[in-house]
Design a protein around this ligand. Structure first.
Ligand code: GLN
Length: 206
């Protein structure tokens, strides 16, 4: 419903997708279907024009290098610290983590999320899989989650909250104030509830 898409100010929420590398188009489709105005973000001026940011899946070491080359690391860190709603999937979750394991030499993150994230945690044998997850406090059908060379949250710090776990207890979705992160890709399986949760924050912040 169009009315649902409006922020309290009556303005359509304007979401940016960090478009340095990764599955940008899939996120844009989901967010537009949910009523957001979407633009691609590669420059500080483009970041300054949006109310919230999605960091897509892809390859975190490449997103890291390109974000520094494009002068985006500091602006994104500042936006996170200033409370901009940010949603990271897979490589995007890695980019939001304060601490990571399995990084390549010199790899950095934007940080903000009080977690340790292990890159490529599922190994090469099962580097992709799909499963249904129950999310704490959500009614309705389970989340159908697609994991692609996915990370795992190996430690949840006191400021972050685990949202969803695998049957073995592995944490695969977390949130902390303005930040939301999933190790899997809801945007490829028609699961829109995480994007909706992110958009609620964007509307509140807009
Ligand atoms: N393994 C990738 C990385 O380390 C993440 C994979 C993904 O985003 N699908 O960045």
């Amino acid at each position: 419903m169009a009315g649902d898409a409006l922020s309290p100010s009556g303005r359509t929420p304007h979401v940016g997708i960090l478009a340095l590398q990764g599955d940008v188009r899939e996120h844009a489709q989901v967010l537009r279907a949910l009523g957001a105005e979407v633009s691609l973000v590669r420059r500080p001026s483009e970041l300054a024009a949006v109310d919230g940011l999605v960091i897509p899946g892809g390859e975190s070491s490449v997103i890291d290098k390109l974000s520094r080359a494009f002068g985006m690391q500091h602006p994104i860190r500042e936006a996170i610290a200033a409370g901009m709603p940010v949603y990271g999937t897979c490589a995007g979750m890695i980019m939001l983590a304060d601490r990571i394991t399995g990084a390549i030499d010199g790899q950095e993150t934007f940080g903000g999320l009080d977690v340790v994230v292990a890159r490529n945690a599922f190994g090469s044998q099962v580097d992709s899989f799909e499963t249904d997850l129950a999310v704490d406090g959500w009614s309705g059908p389970p989340v159908h989650a697609t994991f692609i060379r996915a990370p795992l949250v190996s430690e949840v710090g006191p400021r972050a909250t685990a949202l969803a776990t695998l049957p073995d207890g592995g944490v695969v979705a977390v949130e902390q104030e303005n930040l939301l992160a999933t190790a899997f890709h809801p945007e490829v399986s028609g699961e829109t509830r995480f994007h909706e949760r992110f958009l609620q924050r964007v509307r509140a912040a807009a």
